[in-house]
Design a protein around this ligand. Sequence first.
Ligand code: HEM
Length: 121
Amino acid sequence: MSLQTSLYEKLGGKDSIGKVVERFYDKVLADSSVNYFFENTDMEKQRKHQTKFLSFALGGPGQYSGKSMAKVHEGMNLQPEHFDAIVLHLKEALQEFNVPEQDIETAVDHVNTLRDDILYK
Ligand code: HEM
């Protein structure tokens, strides 16, 4: 089992992941520095986005290539502060579920591997 897989499974797989997504989702949508990106996205799609993001961060199912991520974020011209805001919400949501700091850092490092693919597109 890879470290990434164990992180996802440590959180209890799909069921608990759903609860973390719920918190993460609320945080993102309450943050006016990023929520407007989702203005024209329906609720279900938004939730899917946060689920996919979290699953990616924790090394769960649905890992992405930089190339495909550049494509889906095309036209958004995302800036570092947007990316950082999302990462902060990820960190705080995981902290609320008592995920160890070291595991949170691993998740953040993993998300950061896509930073250059997603920014300024
Ligand atoms: C590692 C970081 C990220 C990953 C893995 C990721 C993942 C994805 C994926 C898989 C999609 C395709 C649509 C979907 O399945 O919902 C998508 C679309 C999208 N992403 Fe991200 N995303 C990341 C960062 C961000 C950031 C930082 C923002 C904005 C602050 C953002 C905003 C959006 C929006 C607005 C869409 C289009 C949603 C729609 O209307 O269909 N993403 N993202």
